[in-house]
Design a binder for this molecule. Structure first.
Ligand code: ARG
Length: 585
């Protein structure tokens, strides 16, 4: 693996040394380089420097230009406007840079970061015995993409699926099963759909009994106590629910084309044993206090309607532990045992107050210190066409599986219409890749904090900022490479490049920087925007520059090479988002 210094970094370094040579006090100053329409790059950093040195910016810029040697890297540099530098890089430098990336294979020359830490990513956390809905989609899709992006930068990631598998409703469910044995088949004998319908049936029946029968209610309450104190028989039945639910979860995650590892499903129950200690420590340290029998933590700046303080409840008056206690105990585990340097929670923004209180409590207790960053990436709501939270026509929450099935069905129509030489089986396979990709892409291409409309027609559209558009761009390149047959892609740095080739090449060079930025900012939409622009630049290259019919054999090879680097970059970028790139569409 050989990492490649990006062209922008090389130019940046070049400028920085010219700056320091001109004004030694400018050492370490940022030339503020960015891509530009006027030239390849524009540097704006001289303005601030001139201001500081009370110099004329245009004159200072001219002095810097005089120190820049043009040649292999920089072809041309000139002063523009109030004191900007417009920089054009040499064609040769572009082709050589891409050739080095091409030779590196999988990583495309993208370096691994030097100061990698360990991020525990809390994502894809459905609840046991409950159906998954569209809200669970975002956490899974965003979490999975962020994780792949972080991994790609060299960060070590550990997944935690903090599933809701603990708490009072399980008393009701388990008690019902005790009294009606055999209603859940062993988990290894059912598929995902059966598992869910079994759980649903038991849930409904137990709920009905709970509401109608006072004595059952009391037995259910006692069952919660038995569960939390570790009664063997109770735990066995509880385990049945969890196993059956997992069969269902796995079937949905498989549909989502997402790999979930069993050892990373560590739900609320996993922290049961540690919760009393968490409470004891908080009370001993004075971080939590007793209030009306409950153990709570107060915050000066968190108040409710009538200015009453809203506390975080660590332990309820009846002795039970809830959501906050499991999250606090999880933090202790993730920091001390997993050695996390970052805790990332991909959870609905509506839980942001919960996390604010949990993080603050953990800081006061010293479980989070300055070496650990905790961040709740709170995502917005998925809306229906009417702009209201996504519901069925009957006003019910939409089941995630139904939604995914529909996306695949719509994608099948699109694929079938375009498909020329695909068998029915191939169409179905592509439809899954296109449909699921479309759902993921639509989710990832909106800034996570914003709400977005779930619009299947738009998602599977061939025109516009969709994954299908990118998948077609990829497939078209593969078809050109197939057509080229014996003619192999090869870089020819001696060739002059067309404007469209330069634009494409410079954008390809920015892939690594984009992934690093998107990962550091937890902003997958920056990667989707990059890929969309890549496909657009490729399209205009393809329109303007004949590939197989180029003038010379060298030019054919070099253009095929540009096609192939583009394809590999598209493939890698899409893979980081969890989206497939079929070879034929
Ligand atoms: N199961 C929860 C829900 O569906 C999300 C869990 C989020 N993670 C956490 N550590 N609290 O709302």
């Amino acid at each position: 693996m050989a990492s490649v210094t990006s062209l922008s970094d090389s130019v940046q370094q070049h400028l920085a040394s010219a700056l320091t040579a001109t004004r030694p006090e400018a050492a370490g100053a940022d030339p503020l380089l960015r891509r530009s329409d006027r030239a390849d790059y524009q540097a704006n950093g001289i303005l601030a420097l001139a201001k500081k040195a009370k110099a004329n910016p245009r004159e200072l810029a001219a002095e810097v230009v005089a120190r820049i040697t043009t040649g292999d890297l920089i072809k041309d540099v000139e002063v523009s406007g109030p004191g900007f530098l417009n920089i054009t890089v040499a064609d040769r430098a572009i082709t050589e840079n891409l050739a080095a990336r091409y030779a590196d294979g999988e990583r495309l020359g993208v370096p691994l970061k030097a100061d990698a830490g360990t991020t525990v990513v809390d994502y894809a956390q459905p609840n046991v015995a409950k159906e998954m809905h569209v809200g669970h989609l975002r956490s899974a899709v965003i979490g999975d993409a962020l994780r792949s992006m972080l991994d790609f930068t060299g960060e070590k990631t550990i997944g935690r699926h903090h599933i809701g598998d603990w708490g009072t409703q399980f008393g009701m469910l388990i008690q019902y099963l005790f009294e009606h044995p055999g209603e859940l088949a062993p988990a290894d004998e059912v598929d995902g759909e059966q598992a869910m319908s079994n759980l649903n049936r038991v849930y409904k029946a137990s709920r009905a009994l709970f509401d109608a029968d006072e004595e059952f209610k009391e037995r259910a309450r006692r069952r919660v106590v038995a569960l939390q104190s570790g009664d063997k028989e109770t735990l066995e039945l509880w385990q049945q629910f969890v196993d059956e639910s997992k069969v269902y979860f796995y079937s949905v995650f498989e549909k989502l084309d997402m790999e979930i590892r069993d050892e990373e499903i560590v739900g609320e129950s996993a922290y049961n044993e540690g919760m009393p200690e968490t409470a004891r420590l908080l009370e001993e340290m004075g971080v939590a206090v007793r209030s009306e029998g409950a153990l709570v933590v107060f915050f000066d700046d968190i108040r409710g309607k009538d200015d009453q303080p809203v506390p975080l409840i660590v332990q309820k008056a009846d002795g039970g532990f809830g959501y906050a206690a499991s999250d606090l105990t999880a933090i202790r585990n993730r920091v001390s045992d997993l050695h996390a340097t970052t805790l990332l929670y991909v959870v609905d923004v509506r839980q942001s107050l919960h996390f604010k209180m949990v993080f603050e409590t953990a800081r006061r207790a010293g479980w989070l210190n300055d070496d650990v960053t905790a961040h709740n990436m709170g995502y917005g709501t998925v809306l229906g066409a009417d702009g209201k939270p996504f519901k069925t026509r009957e006003g019910e929450t939409v089941r995630l599986e139904d939604l995914l099935d529909e996306a695949v069905q719509r994608a099948a129509e699109v694929v079938r219409e375009k498909a020329r030489d695909l068998t029915e089986e191939e169409i179905q396979e592509r439809a899954a890749q296109v449909g699921i990709g479309a759902v993921k892409y639509a989710d990832l291409s909106t800034s996570p904090s914003r709400d977005y409309k779930f619009d299947l027609d738009q998602m599977v559209s061939l025109n516009g900022d969709t994954s299908v558009y990118l998948q077609y761009a990829y497939a078209r390149i593969q078809s050109i490479l197939r057509k080229a047959g014996e003619v192999r892609p090869a870089a020819h740095p001696e060739l002059e490049l067309h404007e469209a080739e330069r634009a494409l090449g410079l954008h390809l060079d920015a892939f690594g920087d984009t992934v690093f930025e998107a990962a550091a900012e937890y902003a997958p939409h920056k990667l989707t925007a990059y890929l969309y622009q890549l496909a657009s630049l490729y399209t205009s290259f393809y329109d303007k520059c004949p590939v197989l019919k180029a003038e010379t054999p060298e030019q054919v090879a070099n253009r095929l090479f540009l096609c192939d680097v583009t394809a590999r970059t598209l493939h890698r970028g899409m893979a980081l988002l969890g989206i497939r790139t079929p070879e034929r569409l």
